[in-house]
Design a protein. Structure first.
Ligand code: UD1
Length: 419
């Protein structure tokens, strides 16, 4: 199995363009199911998760593939969709597959989607997705590990999520676009990926108001048309590359990303001592000065993203003084901690809190990627650990980072993949 080998010690310097957002792309791909015809997504990242969604769309009867001209354009022709079942083997590979439920039941009145099941970073139930679809009048049954949702026409309704759920908001938002009448989604997620989905749905003909607030209003329409949409830059990839600047005391500019989406991450990098500049197309982090311990609390947008928690923790292992990292979004998202400890980090865990005491140096060691963002944290640590850090199970990284070793190498990292 592939491994990534990093030899630590190089300062990262330079400019790098980020890929399109993985999480946006997955939701936008599901939304293509709502329209009869060919939708096109430009700037889509070439990732395992995107390929997994393509495979699922094809299993449903769509023609879905990369369009070879640019290498980053996806075409999804949902006119031939004739199978409404998302099988266990595809859904268990990637939870985001569950987002086909809303579009299928809204457009075809019928969907059978495997329950995603447990996942390394916590239980991650889908009760809120189901609650939302039931509020719109879908009949939902759980049978043999599958969610069966049927409807003879969804009806707009007022619903309130019990907690903030990104994919849950997206699933229900997609369904509501074709429901009769008005839907009000209270306690909606405000993540940029929800806003981008609403933007694409609006281009398709949906009537959506106040996406990006916690109360989204949708007026249902009879049908949606296929569109062409350019995916926004990936804010987590951008944050990861800027964290790489911080941990290597380097100077990195990321481009192709709206810096307002990075604000909570930039704020924490500033607080620990890095210099941050933003411009219309990106952000720059210069980190040659003194760095100090900080407090990081993950929260739904606009709070600090849980998807950046492992990476910021890697940075904090080497600052002067102590830091506290509190994980409030997922209950089991500290699997990178034992691996960082293998590299010499001083971290103690207590429930949802990690106490990180800065050390002088990390030392290279073999480590194992346990999930997508944990693996990014390990790569960052490897960039500064003395000697060699060998990261195994890199398929986790390939789920969400396009060409990460080439990007880091272009900034001066000593990193390669061994196959
Ligand atoms: C999305 C992102 C993921 C990110 C997460 C939080 C995608 C493909 N993935 O995941 O990268 O880490 O948002 O920003 O976009 N929950 C329930 N019931 C539900 C739904 C969620 O209890 O029905 C809980 C989850 O277990 C979790 C919390 O809500 O503790 C937030 O999860 P959610 O926002 O739904 O995450 P995802 O949308 O799956």
């Amino acid at each position: 199995m592939d491994q990534i080998v990093v030899r630590g010690g190089n300062r990262l310097v330079g400019e790098v363009a980020v890929s399109g957002s993985k999480n946006s792309t997955l939701a936008l791909m599901a939304s293509a199911l709502l329209a009869d015809g060919v939708s096109v997504l430009d700037n889509a990242p070439r990732l395992r998760d995107v390929d997994a969604m393509l495979e699922l769309l094809r299993a449903l009867g769509a023609k879905a593939d990369w369009n070879d001209e640019s290498g980053h354009t996806l075409s999804i022709d949902a006119s031939g969709v004739d199978n409404f079942e998302a099988p266990y083997d595809l859904v268990r590979k990637m939870r985001a597959s569950f987002m086909v439920l809303g579009p299928l039941v809204a457009r075809f009145g019928n969907a059978r989607v495997s329950e995603p099941g447990g996942c390394a970073i916590g239980v991650r139930p889908v009760d809120q997705h189901l609650k939302g679809l039931e509020a719109l009048g879908a009949k939902v049954q759980l049978q043999h590990g599958y969610v069966q949702a049927t409807s003879s026409g969804l009806e707009g309704a007022r619903l309130a999520f019990d907690l903030t759920t990104v994919n849950g908001t997206q699933n229900v938002l997609m369904a509501a676009t074709l429901a009769r009448g008005e839907t009000v989604i209270e306690n909606a997620a405000r993540e940029p990926e929800v806003v981008e989905l609403a933007t694409m749905l609006s281009k398709m003909g949906a009537e959506i108001h106040a996406a990006g607030s916690d109360r989204i209003v949708v007026r249902g329409v009879k049908e949606l048309r296929p569109v062409r949409h350019r995916v926004e830059g990936d804010r987590i990839e951008a944050g990861t590359l800027l964290a790489a600047a911080a941990i290597t005391r380097g100077d990195v500019r990321v481009t192709g990303i709206d810096p307002s989406l990075l604000e909570s991450t930039l704020e924490k990098l500033r607080e620990l001592g890095a210099e941050v500049e933003v411009d219309a197309d990106g952000a720059r982090v210069r980190a040659d000065g003194h760095q100090v311990g900080i407090r990081v609390v993950t929260a739904p947008f606009p709070g600090f993203p849980t998807d950046m928690q492992a990476q910021i923790m890697a940075v904090l292992t080497l600052v002067d003084g102590s830091s506290v990292v509190i994980e409030n979004v997922f209950e089991n998202r500290f699997m990178h901690v034992p691996e960082l400890q293998r590299l010499g980090a001083d971290i103690s865990l207590s429930g949802r809190s990690a106490h990180v005491r800065g050390v002088e140096k990390l030392m290279g060691a073999p480590v194992m990627a346990t999930d997508l963002r944990a693996s990014a944290g390990l790569l960052l640590a490897g960039l500064v650990a003395t000697g060699e850090t060998r990261v195994s199970r890199v398929y986790h990284i390939d789920r969400g980072y396009e060409n990460i070793e080439a990007k880091l190498r272009s900034l001066g990292a000593d990193i390669c993949r061994e196959v």
